[in-house]
Design a protein. Structure first.
Lengths: 81, 273
C-alpha cells in the first residue's frame, strides 16, 4: 500500500497506478472537466495513461468552473416542479 | 487629487485603514477596471468596486436581464428584467457612487475586439460564465501583459486565481478549453446563489489590493472553496514551461474565438435517453 494525497486528503493505493486509474478510483464524474497537477506540476492530458502515482505523491484535481448561467427549461427537465 | 469633504466621509473607512490611507484611496479613485460579464460574479464585483470609488469601471456584456438571473446577480432588480445588463448595472453603480465613471459595452468580448477594449484598463476581471471567453480573457491579458482575476463557480464550488505578467496564467493550470460536449450538462449544472457573492467579493478584494499595492495577490495560487463543507484551499501553481500562451514555446500567439457550448434542453435530452 502506498499513501498519496488527493486534493489535500490522504488516500491509500495498492500499487503504483496511472493518473487515468486514479481518476476512475476517485469516481470523477466527468474526467474531461478536470485538469491535474502532480506534485505541483501541470500534467498534459495525453500523459494521464503513462504517468504513475507513487508513495508520497500529491495529486490535485482542478475542476473547470464556468459561471453556472445558461438556464434550461426546468419544467421540461423534471417532474418535481 | 484633492478629496472633497464628502469624499473624505465616503471613503473614511478606507482612509482609516493604515495600509490604504489617503494615498491608497487616491490610487483606487484613479483606477480603471474592466469587468467582463455583468452576471453572478460581475454583480458583486461591480457593486464593491463602485462603493470603493474605482474611478473608471468598464462593463462588457451582451445579454439582457432574465428572471432566472435574479437568484444571484444582485446588481439587477426585478424591474430590470429584459433591460440590457450593462445599463442595469450602470444605473446601480451611479446610484451607489456618482464619482465612478462607467463605460458600457453592450456586446460580447471577442478575439476581434478584446485587445482594443482591455488596452484602456489597469486590471481586468473575469466574471464570465463560459470557457471560450475565459480563455480569451487569459490569452488577451497575457499577450497585452495586463493583470487579471480569473473566477469560476459551479454548484457549491468556486475558484479564483490572479494573474500578473510573469505569474502562472489560467492556461498554466487548464491548458485548453474542455471539449464543448463535456461542459457540465444541465443535470449537473446550477449554482448556489451566494457562491457568486463569495467568489465575486474575493475578486473585488484582489482588484483593490492590486490598485493599492497592499498585501500579497493570489498569484501562483489557485484558491478553491466548497460551500457544503466551507473548506477553502489554495493550490500552489507555477508558470508552466509548456503553457500554450505564456510558456517557452507558445503556440497561442493570437486570439481565438472558441466554440461556445450550450447547455440546452436538446443536449440534456440526448444525454438522458
Amino acid at each position: 500500500m502506498s499513501k498519496i494525497k488527493v486534493n489535500g486528503n490522504e488516500q491509500e493505493i495498492s500499487n503504483p497506478i496511472s493518473l487515468t486509474e486514479l481518476i476512475a478510483l476517485n469516481n470523477v464524474a466527468q474526467p474531461s472537466m478536470v485538469s491535474i497537477q502532480l506534485n505541483g506540476e501541470f500534467v498534459v492530458r495525453d500523459d494521464y495513461d503513462s504517468t504513475l502515482v507513487k508513495e508520497g505523491d500529491e495529486v490535485d484535481f482542478l475542476y473547470f468552473m464556468g459561471g453556472g448561467s445558461k438556464t434550461p427549461n426546468l419544467r421540461q427537465l423534471t417532474d418535481k416542479l | 487629487m484633492d478629496f472633497t469633504e464628502e469624499q473624505i466621509q465616503r471613503y473614511s473607512r478606507h482612509i482609516l485603514l493604515q495600509d490604504v490611507g489617503v494615498e491608497g484611496q487616491e490610487k483606487i479613485n484613479n483606477g480603471k477596471v474592466l469587468i467582463v460579464g455583468a452576471g453572478g460574479l460581475g454583480a458583486p464585483i461591480a457593486l464593491y468596486l463602485a462603493a470603493a470609488g474605482v474611478g473608471t469601471i468598464g462593463i462588457i456584456d451582451g445579454d439582457v436581464v432574465d428572471l432566472s438571473n435574479l437568484q444571484r446577480q444582485v446588481i439587477h432588480f426585478t424591474p430590470d428584467v429584459n433591460k440590457p445588463k450593462v445599463i442595469s448595472a450602470k444605473e446601480k453603480i451611479n446610484l451607489i457612487n456618482p464619482d465612478v465613471k462607467v463605460i458600457t459595452y453592450q456586446k460580447l468580448l471577442t478575439a476581434e475586439n478584446a485587445l482594443e477594449i482591455i488596452n484602456d484598463y489597469d486590471f481586468v476581471v473575469d466574471g464570465t460564465d463560459n470557457f471560450p471567453v475565459k480563455f480569451l480573457i487569459n490569452d488577451a491579458c497575457v499577450i497585452a501583459k495586463k493583470p487579471f482575476s480569473h473566477g469560476g463557480i459551479l454548484r457549491f464550488d468556486g475558484q479564483t486565481l490572479t494573474y500578473v505578467p510573469g505569474s502562472a496564467c489560467y492556461r498554466c493550470l487548464f491548458h485548453s478549453p474542455p471539449p464543448p460536449n463535456a461542459v457540465p450538462t444541465c443535470s449537473q449544472a446550477g449554482v448556489l446563489g451566494a457562491i457568486a457573492g463569495m467568489l465575486g467579493t474575493i475578486q473585488a478584494a484582489e482588484v483593490l489590493k492590486y490598485l493599492t499595492g497592499v498585501g500579497d495577490l493570489l498569484t501562483n495560487r489557485l484558491l478553491t472553496f466548497n460551500a457544503k463543507t466551507m473548506e477553502f484551499r489554495t493550490i500552489k501553481a507555477k508558470p508552466t514551461a509548456s503553457c500554450p500562451v505564456c510558456g517557452t514555446h507558445p503556440t497561442v500567439t493570437g486570439l481565438i474565438d472558441y466554440e461556445q457550448a450550450v447547455c440546452d434542453i436538446e443536449s440534456h435530452r440526448k444525454q438522458k435517453h
